[in-house]
Write a protein that binds this ligand. Sequence first.
Ligand SMILES: [Zn+2]
Length: 441
Amino acid sequence: MRTVLAVLLMTLSSVSLADVQGVRLWHAPDSSRLVFDLNREAEHKIFPLSSPNRLVIDIENSKMLDSLKDLDVSVGPIKKVRWGMRDKKDLRIVLDLREAIDAKSFPLPPNNQYSHRLVVDLLPRTQNTRPLTLSKPVLDVKQTQATSRDIIVAIDAGHGGEDPGAIGHGGIYEKKVVLGIAKKLAALLEQERGFKPVLVRTGDYYIGLRERTRKARASNADLFISIHADAFSSHRASGSSVFALSQRGATSEAARWLADKENSSDLIGGVGGVSLDDKEDLLAGVLLDLSMTASLSVSLDLGQMVLNSMGGVSKLHKHKVEQAGFAVLKSPDIPSLLIETGFLSNPGEAKKLKTSSYQSRMASSIHQGIKRYFMQSPPPGTYLASIRDKSDRLKEYVIAPGDTLSVIAQRHATSMSTLKELNGLKTSIIRVGQVIKVPAT
Ligand SMILES: [Zn+2]
């Protein structure tokens, strides 16, 4: 009888083991993230071992179904991953490490994309001191010395890593499309005198929504733009849209729907201890509201210029900047926009958004919109503000034989693009006898 019972218990316990069905590894510039897919909840613990450096991950009552051979350990702190069973019921995973690291772990509950997950973040040892250094504004030596600073544009490619964003026709991922557009936009701004782009996400990894705006603030951004290409419940929805924050309800049902979807990103992408009710908002008070109002009016004006410019490349979903409660736009003092470059749920748009050429045109139209706004309303102390001051004192110049726009620009201590902008020139072609405006300095 006893043996029967023992056999029965053993069978029961082996039947009741949770399965680790998949393991993914994501590399961010300063951290790595391991994610275990479990078919149900399991207790776990992690602890480090030294000489040699290792991290042990024990998952109780579980077994490994994945072969782990797709994990890319060529970069990052992990050298090798081993695993084995302990007492026939617990799974022990050992990470052989290249260096000592700090680690933290947390479970994530299921959502419509994933079952139970266990997240293990591997962070650099110096991590503890980082929040202090990062909360201080990062000042470029070049900038503190210059009399006119660059306008800093923080470009946030939505989603990433565990969070693919929308998945369009032909298995195209929003996180990939928007990173493509973000990088192209950054390259355009990099070439533009007076602008400095900062990419919030540079690869395929997830960043929490709060962390995205914190990065923008740490880089002293004048503008934060989050780039997306979402899916909608209807395949027919199409066109680009631009969103600004609303504290008081959405301007349309679609805007509310998209904001809800974007705000759940942290649950899919994986941020430990996320709560959807926002306690900080209660503390914010009137002051925050006031500075928010100021940056919101800039967001709306700027957003309209970007939207108009995008209208030259794609159909517009709405001709006005829409508003909804997007968490990623909640920086009180930085004008912030969320740009939907199209709908991946629309087969035609998905096909276009996949191509590098369309991504370039989209990036260029956003670039033009941003530039147009800041040419008109440059923040004080910026290079663009200094040109505008100069352009208040313009004189006329008659093109002589042998003149080129670049020579004229040099002679008047300005740039070709400024001359083009001042004179509404689309190309650098000028003709003898033509009268153009140049700085009077
Ligand atoms: Zn999105």
